[in-house]
Write a protein that binds this ligand. Structure first.
Ligand code: B12
Ligand code: SF4
Ligand code: SF4
Length: 287
């Protein structure tokens, strides 16, 4: 990597690391306990052909990095080769994973807090990173925070957002999809993601996989399927993830439960993200 590239990446990673080390990274449970472990960062090129392929697969409403950037900077002249996408993983802490492993019907308190306060932190991190880069002369935008970010109906995939954090992470080499739909990363599936598009020349992180499901035991070796047993709504089957079933369970059961018992908002569940072989690692051995 040339010196410039190395400097740019170090600066980006320092912004993320410093923000994660701040008191904002909190479960807000009165102990100062952080919501997230150390972030992992990777990069994709704005002109990676996979972004166009995703749009073709998901639907015309889906944003490429070029389109997301255009919404923030409509007057600017640029092409997609001048853009890069910074993707990061925020791993659940061991304490949160341990507590979540013990539950079978509704999420544990730490998990609910990480979905609510931890995602608020993630939203702030997306904006902070974009703002810091923009102030330093490299315009940037967090697509998930754009006013037009929304859900649509994809002909092939049902409910779908116009910017997918985990598809972006897949392009950036961070992981592959599992039977449950969750993206399995080097630090497992019990994580959240964020991303920022920036007008900067950054080398892409190599993708250490060929297929989009390579790191799931079910698809790679025809074994496992443990996430099916973990789902109390029977929303995961041999055919994959039934989104409407999952959505209904979260809206009707887990969201009201956490509101009443923990005083947290948002839509947590994630029982299928722990007590499974891919909880905190890639379960498929390198071949
Ligand atoms: C809408 C949404 C939901 C909805 C609908 C879920 C859904 N769409 O799958 C509901 C409420 C059900 C939900 C539930 C959960 N969610 Co949610 N959700 C989202 C959101 C906002 C948009 C997802 C989306 O529409 N993506 C676009 C569509 C097209 O993607 P998709 O249908 O999932 O993709 C499938 C196909 O495209 C398929 N595929 C088929 N063919 C091909 C071919 C190729 C080449 C590729 C690449 C893919 C592919 O791959 C995917 C998996 O099968 C994202 C945040 C974001 N902006 O990305 C979070 C997000 C996906 N959720 C997340 C989490 C953590 C959860 C929950 C655990 C809740 C919780 N926090 O406790 C559960 C887990 C459900 C599950 N089994 O995965 C994380 C994902 C973590 C992970 N490891 O994957 C995200 C990324 C949020 C974040 N910022 O980190 N979620
Ligand atoms: S629990 Fe097993 S089948 Fe489910 S996503 Fe993880 S590796 Fe794949
Ligand atoms: S988030 Fe909950 S309801 Fe949805 S698939 Fe996972 S375990 Fe099932």
């Amino acid at each position: 990597m040339d010196v410039n590239q190395e400097q740019h990446k170090r600066r980006i990673e320092n912004i993320i690391r410093d923000f994660c080390a701040s008191p904002a990274n909190s479960l807000e449970n009165g102990t100062g306990e952080p919501a997230w472990d150390d972030a992992q960062v990777a990069y994709a090129r704005g002109d990676d052909p996979l972004f166009d392929q995703l749009r073709a697969d998901i639907g015309p409403f889906y944003w490429t990095p070029y389109e997301a950037f255009k919404l923030a900077y409509p007057e600017m002249q640029y092409d997609s080769s001048e853009l890069a996408v910074i993707c990061y993983i925020l791993p659940q802490t061991e304490a949160t994973r341990l507590e979540q492993r013990a539950v079978t019907e509704v999420p544990a308190e730490r998990w609910a807090r990480s979905r609510f306060h931890g995602e608020a932190f993630n939203c702030a991190l997306r904006l902070h990173l974009a703002e810091q880069l923009t102030q330093a002369g490299t315009p940037a935008v967090a697509p998930e925070r754009l006013p037009d970010f929304d859900y649509r109906q994809s002909e092939r995939f049902g409910l779908a957002s116009n910017w997918s954090e985990r598809h972006t992470a897949w392009v950036a080499g961070l992981g592959t999809f599992g039977l449950s739909d969750g993206l399995i990363t080097r630090v497992g599936k019990a994580v959240r993601f964020g991303s920022v598009v920036v007008k900067m020349d950054l080398e892409a992180t190599p993708r250490p996989y060929a297929g989009h499901q390579d790191w799931c035991l079910w698809y790679a070796q025809g074994t496992c399927g443990v996430c099916m047993q973990r789902c109390p709504a029977e929303a995961i089957t041999e055919k994959g993830h039934d989104k409407p079933k999952c959505f209904d369970y979260i809206r009707k059961v887990t969201a009201p439960y956490v509101r009443e018992h923990y005083g947290t908002g948002a839509t947590p569940c994630g029982l299928c993200q722990v007590k499974i072989p891919c909880e905190a690692r890639v379960p498929v051995s390198a071949r």
